[in-house]
Design a binder for this molecule. Structure first.
Ligand SMILES: [Zn+2]
Length: 145
């Protein structure tokens, strides 16, 4: 009886970089956008943008997407809730303008805090290309937003 070889026939089946257990979906990598500020050109901020492709399976892709969406929702809520509360308070006090300004300010501060603290699951940051870009000053957040 001969032992049958279970080696992959194609040889280029990539494993999912995220879980490392399932095979990555061919042709559908996780596209990670990264940015690097080059400096100011006139009044505009000049930056470079790259897309790093990380092999990933469908299940991990869904998890990445939902955690990114959750983060965006939290940041959005932090921006909106103080504004709405400020306007509502302003209407009740007859000081709409000042209250709205306060709401905008508070919302801005809160959303910046949320952006910095609400973790987006990024195991993909262990990817060698992403890792070396992070060291080289690249970030995940588009400059100036
Ligand atoms: Zn996976």
């Amino acid at each position: 009886m001969t032992a049958s070889s279970k080696a992959s026939a194609t040889g280029n089946d990539e494993m999912c970089f995220d879980c490392g257990v399932r095979a990555a979906t061919p042709g559908r990598p996780l596209v990670v956008e990264m940015y690097r500020v080059l400096g100011h050109s006139g009044r505009r901020l000049a930056f470079k943008e790259v897309q790093v492709h990380v092999p990933i399976c469908e299940i991990c892709r869904l998890e990445e997407n939902s955690s990114e969406m959750r983060r965006n929702r939290i940041v959005g809520a932090c921006l909106l809730i103080p504004l709405v509360a400020g306007i509502a308070f302003g209407i009740s006090q007859g000081e709409i303008f000042r209250a709205a300004l306060f709401g905008i300010g508070a919302g801005f501060v809160l959303s910046v805090i949320a952006r910095a603290t609400v973790g987006h699951k990024r195991r993909s940051r262990e990817h060698p290309e992403i890792k070396s870009r992070l060291k080289g000053g690249w970030t995940f957040d588009r400059p100036g937003t």
